[in-house]
Design a protein around this ligand. Structure first.
Ligand code: SF4
Length: 479
């Protein structure tokens, strides 16, 4: 059997951008480093896939231990399918038309096989349908008689009581008709992708919306290197289609843009790009900050984790759990704490924040939204006393991002999704850069070792002090 040319992931990459496909195969060393957030997503997908296998117990695992085993596993899968005693296969490997796929679960049905592909998300996306259509193409092309093809994903309405009920935790949705409808398109995409890979240079493709959708491309470092640091692409008050259209017409720098194209807010953003500075509506800021007395504040960095699988009674999938907090007030006093997953950890988290508020009047966090979501979800499981404390906490919490958005804050380096690290770099450029938040969370979740947790908690404290520095900056009288 000849070596495959495409896999499921490279096919999906090619659907997003043919240049990305070419570079991935022929110039992988030019790829950007994978972010901690992407690594965490990848690990989560693997864990959920293994759990879903228990829906169909007793299967044979066909997973190749290394790429050198792909051809062997294709043959073993074919033999297993011919064996009438085989009822369930996990990670069955198929190759057809130079495309290799691994299917999460294959179950013998009356007159054929039912294929299941598992997703760790709460809903189905366009990419998942494309993914299913490719698998359907390869399986049917390999001669597998499919009675159905389903995508299995997590049921957002599931609430855990007692032992985890996998039948209720997962939703199975037949997508065979949709996969069948897309077969011509899949065949055409495979031809296109194979031609791209046979080429001697990467296809000429301009940067565009596809660089970020559906996934951030890991060749942006290469393709975007000619984009000036200050360009019209930095504007957040304009849709992507318009910005890229301008960019490709040669309107690249803010100075090339006619002001008559823009509204007042867009003009303010343009000014900030030219000055390499930020814009904020000071009138709105003064009005909002007057509601807070600087002496009554306690600053908090709160890290939540979002496990896909509900942890205990009353919990739902992806429910937020406190992972760690850092608190700072006055000049010196500060505490950091990590919380064990479960009810006791949640109660300790609420009490720690509540106690801080008995001394101070307002809690300042970077983003209030996760705390609001946590409180909503906690309504189903908390004790009346804890819920009262949490409501009181929320009433007295101020979110920095909410405050800045209400004042139309813009800085070209922050973009539309402001993070603590980018904002701190803008406000305190001479200070040490903050650690990536997703890295920090993975470290805290992955390692129960107390010494290493203490090490990671130092970074939680650094974030807390950064929140304090940013709020103090925007609260200063001379801003
Ligand atoms: S950065 Fe954009 S243009 Fe370049 S390979 Fe990725 S998606 Fe394609």
């Amino acid at each position: 059997m000849s070596k495959h040319i495409l896999s499921k992931s490279t096919f999906i990459r090619g659907v997003q951008c043919q240049k990305s496909l070419y570079l991935h195969k022929h110039r992988p060393f030019l790829r950007d480093k994978m972010s901690a957030e992407q690594l965490a997503k990848f690990r989560r997908g693997t864990d959920v896939g293994l759990l879903a296998q228990s829906l169909f117990p007793g299967g044979t695992d066909m997973s190749p231990r290394s790429p050198s085993q792909y051809a062997l596993k294709v043959k073993e899968t074919a033999l297993a399918i011919e064996n009438p005693n085989t009822k369930v296969l996990y990670e069955a490997v198929f190759q057809y038309d130079d495309v290799l796929v691994m299917l999460d679960i294959l179950v013998r049905a009356n007159e054929g096989w039912h294929a299941y592909e598992v997703k760790s998300s709460l809903s189905l996306s366009e990419t998942y349908y494309t993914d299913a259509a490719l698998q359907y193409f390869v399986l049917t092309g390999s001669g597998i008689r499919l009675t159905d093809f389903s995508l299995v994903y997590i049921n957002s309405n599931y609430q855990r009581y007692g032992v985890l009920n996998l039948e209720e935790l997962f939703v199975s949705e037949s997508v065979m008709a949709e996969a069948d409808r897309r077969q011509q398109e899949v065949a055409a995409r495979i031809i296109q992708s194979k031609q791209t890979l046979l080429g001697t240079s990467s296809p000429e493709i301009q940067i565009g919306i596809q660089c970020n959708k559906p996934y951030p491309c890991d060749f942006k470092g290469l393709c975007w290197k000619k984009v000036p640091k200050r360009s019209v692409l930095n504007l957040t008050a304009i849709d992507d289609e318009t910005k890229f259209a301008w960019y490709h017409q040669g309107i690249v720098t803010p100075e090339q843009l006619k002001l008559s194209y823009l509204n007042q807010l867009q003009i303010k953003q343009l000014g900030a790009i030219v000055d390499n500075s930020y814009y904020i509506d000071l009138e709105k800021l003064y009005a909002l900050r007057d509601q807070t007395k600087a002496t009554d504040l306690v600053y908090a960095e709160i890290l939540f984790q979002k496990p896909a699988v509900p942890q205990f009674d009353g919990c739902i999938p992806y429910q937020l759990f406190p992972l760690a907090i850092g608190l700072s007030w006055g000049d010196q006093e500060s505490i950091v704490a990590a919380f064990s997953p479960g009810e006791a950890g949640i109660i300790r988290f609420i009490d720690t924040l509540y106690d801080a508020l008995t001394i101070h009047k307002t809690l300042v966090v970077f983003d209030k939204q996760p705390l609001e979501i946590f409180a909503r979800q906690f309504e189903a499981v908390g004790t009346p006393e804890s819920k009262d404390k949490l409501r009181s906490l929320l009433e007295n919490t101020l979110g920095l991002t909410g405050l800045l958005q209400a004042c139309d804050f813009f800085h070209p380096d922050c973009g539309s999704g402001i993070t603590l690290a980018t904002l701190y770099k803008v406000i305190a450029p001479d200070q040490k850069a903050l650690r990536d938040i997703h890295w920090l969370m993975s470290e805290l979740i992955a390692d129960p070792d107390l010494f290493k947790q203490q090490y990671s908690l130092q970074y939680v404290m650094e974030n807390t002090l950064a929140i304090k520095a940013i709020f103090t900056y925007f609260n200063a009288s001379d801003i």
